[in-house]
Design a protein. Structure first.
Length: 194
């Protein structure tokens, strides 16, 4: 069962969800850890390069996941959900998708704006060019500060949205006792529609 149906997610959507969840949680943990390390240490430089490399993987998978989602609409929300819960679910998913794309791009722009000019080399193999930074943001230092704040506060917002997302999944599973969580761990609910 590769594709989504009206009743559940296919294996491609499930794989995207869990691989990206693991990568994003790892990136958040790595980002928080790196932020505490002294910048002048060579090990810290390697952590930043790893963070950037995985960030490009997240960006690529995020784009592919969005394309897959557009070609394979998600199953409907459970019957009987309150209309405000439905709006919250849609807004939460839009927020998650937006941040999955915004955070890697803001990080790339932050590195591109940096007056240090440190290159990004994905997994020490593939060089990635810097992006052009809008002149309207002022000096390189001002642009770097802007994108650094955008990246940092975006990460905190992502942490909050992930917390709400996980809480909502458990609420559906433990309180509402519907198939919302089951649909993201198994293709069995999707097969009920085939």
């Amino acid at each position: 069962m590769l594709r989504n149906t009206r009743t559940g997610y296919g294996s491609v959507a499930i794989l995207f969800h869990w691989v990206m969840a693991a990568l994003i949680v790892g990136m958040i943990a790595l980002g928080l850890y790196m932020h505490q390390q002294p910048l002048e240490e060579p090990a810290t430089f390697q952590l930043y390069q790893l963070h950037k490399s995985i960030g490009f993987v997240v960006l690529s998978l995020g784009v592919l996941r969005l394309v897959w989602r557009l070609a394979n609409p998600a199953p409907g929300l459970p019957e009987g959900m309150h209309p405000l819960e439905k709006i919250g679910a849609h807004l939460g998913h839009v927020g998650l998708y937006a941040l999955i794309l915004l955070l890697p791009v803001s990080g790339w722009l932050m590195v591109s704006a940096s007056p240090w000019g440190i290159p990004t080399v994905l997994f020490n193999v593939l060089p990635v060019p810097h992006l052009p930074v809008p002149a309207a943001l002022g000096t390189q230092e001002q642009a770097e500060t802007f994108f650094k704040l955008l990246h940092e506060y975006g990460a905190y917002l992502l942490i909050a949205l992930i917390g709400v997302h996980v809480a909502a999944a458990f609420k559906h599973h433990l309180i509402a006792r519907d198939d919302t969580l089951k649909r993201m761990v198994s293709t069995r609910p999707a097969k009920a529609d085939s």
